[in-house]
Write a protein that binds this ligand. Structure first.
Ligand SMILES: Cc1cc2nc3c(=O)[nH]c(=O)nc-3n(C[C@H](O)[C@H](O)[C@H](O)COP(=O)(O)O)c2cc1C
Length: 184
């Protein structure tokens, strides 16, 4: 191997692609994010990195809530749209053919067409530099029964999520091995 030493950067690819619904009432908006991660199991916490210049940044802070919606590969076009235009200029719900559905714990609407919706209450805001880290506690989760297997677990072949490589979007590949296979 001949390795180059590069300037510091995150290099943590591939990344998930999620659609964050944010804002309440007529202001409700959708933003595509990939600076997203699981931070804690109990209580369940998800972190999202959002530039203060995004319209959605203002909406998340104002409502103190957001919803993480998981798009399928078939929704990649909509996810790209929600990551290229601003809710200040465009009604992304109408542009993408998405429907608002009510949450059970938050006022922010869910995206009905996404198979998984994770309702979050904003617990911490950490300014980091180019992005602010919003840490949300998961307060309710909605899962479409059509993506569950016989044991009630999310079947990723049915969920069909996709990833962001920094340059393009990719589907999940083949299953490599079950967790724990190394010690069996
Ligand atoms: C695949 C993808 C991932 C993105 N990830 C982020 C992110 O993690 N944080 C962020 O601030 N912007 C991210 N963006 C950019 C925003 O989605 C984009 O600026 C959007 O138009 C902002 O919309 P708004 O003004 O309605 O909030 C991403 C865009 C794409 C296409």
């Amino acid at each position: 191997m001949a390795k180059q030493i590069r300037e510091p950067g995150t290099y943590l690819y591939p990344l998930p692609v999620v659609l964050i619904s944010c804002g309440v009432g007529d202001q409700a908006n959708i933003v595509t994010l990939s600076w997203v991660g699981t931070l804690c199991s109990t209580p369940p916490m998800i972190g999202i990195g959002v530039r203060p210049s995004r319209y959605s940044h203002y909406l998340i802070q104002a409502a103190g809530e957001f919803v993480v919606n998981l798009p399928t590969a078939e929704q990649a076009h909509a996810a790209d749209t929600c990551g290229r235009v601003s809710g200040k200029d465009v009604d992304k719900w109408a542009a993408c053919g998405f429907t608002r559905a009510p949450g059970v714990q938050v006022q922010v609407p869910l995206i009905a067409e996404c198979p998984v919706n994770i309702e979050c209450r904003l617990r911490h805001t950490v300014p980091l530099g180019s992005h602010d880290l919003f840490i949300g506690e998961v307060v309710a989760v909605h899962v479409d029964e059509a993506v569950l297997d016989e044991e009630g677990r999310v079947d990723f072949a049915r969920l069909a999520p996709f990833l962001y490589t920094g340059r393009d979007y990719r589907r999940l590949g083949e299953r490599l091995a079950p967790v724990g296979f190394s010690v069996k």
